[in-house]
Design a protein around this ligand. Structure first.
Ligand code: SF4
Length: 269
């Protein structure tokens, strides 16, 4: 058993950030570890520095120096940071969340982090697109307490136009993940001009409700928090100047999601 966890602690992976004291990425107070690499290219992505597995340079902004996004670390090193906040996790029901990028693209590293967290009594969550092989899902799901899975659109063509890939694999995997996850929540980033009509939200909500195991739907309003990073990366921001979604419209879409699914629905989360 000791050897087993020693090998987990030595497992290497590539991350681009660790964020402590988060309250929006699973229950309670959480530490978010952002893993490098994603197969999607969402136009609105707020972590564009996480998309490529290779390290990238964010050019100096706001008087600060250049920053390299992409560091190779061991799971043991990451856990040293995660465990600093154990007292907050215990009080709040929080824990460790893997985000990205897409954490499922580094399955050995993700598995090592989840097993080490559980060894120390820390609960685990993942923010994921669900885009992975069944083999990867079967290895990881038993070690994840909360799955927060994005379902961004039901139309494969629109999915491809805004994200760079169609949604077939996501929609194929979603029922499997919902069935096998300990706790499964559907998250919908609500993006103007992409999926912010009543019909589009209703279609996602009906699909979510059709999957046994889905506990809730979270609607995440579009924001532009990652916009500066595109300039720092020398890239164009994919959403241009489309306006944010007014609160009143978000409240209406919430009602649409509730009525279409019958599930617990909320804005944010
Ligand atoms: S799936 Fe997430 S990390 Fe990947 S491009 Fe889309 S928003 Fe960015």
């Amino acid at each position: 058993m000791t050897e087993y966890y020693a090998s987990d602690a030595a497992t290497r992976g590539r991350i681009f950030d660790i964020q402590r004291y988060s309250v929006n990425d699973g229950p309670g107070i959480r530490t978010i570890v952002f893993l490098k690499g994603c197969m999607f290219r969402c136009r609105w992505c707020s972590n564009p520095e996480g998309q490529l597995f290779e390290p990238v340079t964010l050019k100096a902004m706001h008087g600060k120096g250049d920053k390299i996004a992409g560091t190779d670390v061991t799971a043991g090193e990451v856990m040293e940071t995660v465990l600093r906040d154990s007292v907050y996790y215990a009080r709040s029901g929080g824990g460790l969340t893997l985000s990205g990028g897409e954490a499922l693209l580094q399955p050995d590293f993700a598995l090592a982090l989840f097993r080490l967290a559980h060894l120390h009594g820390v609960n685990t969550a993942i923010e994921t697109t669900g885009y992975a092989s069944r083999e990867v899902l079967d290895r990881l799901l038993p070690h994840i307490d909360y799955v927060l899975m994005d379902i961004k659109h039901m139309d494969p063509k629109k999915h491809e136009a805004f994200i760079g890939k169609t949604n077939e694999r996501v929609l194929e995997n979603a029922p499997y993940i919902a069935q096998h996850a300990h706790h499964y929540t559907v998250r919908v980033p609500v993006i103007p001009t992409f999926n912010d009509t009543d019909a589009e939200i209703a279609a996602i909500a009906r699909f979510a409700a059709s999957m046994p195991g889905t506990k809730a739907i979270h609607l995440l309003p579009y924001h532009r928090l990652g916009m500066d990073k595109y300039t720092a990366l020398g890239r164009d921001y994919g959403m241009g100047t489309v306006p944010l979604i007014p609160d009143e419209k978000m409240r209406r879409l919430l009602l649409v999601a509730q009525e279409s699914s019958g599930l617990a629905c909320q804005i944010g989360g």
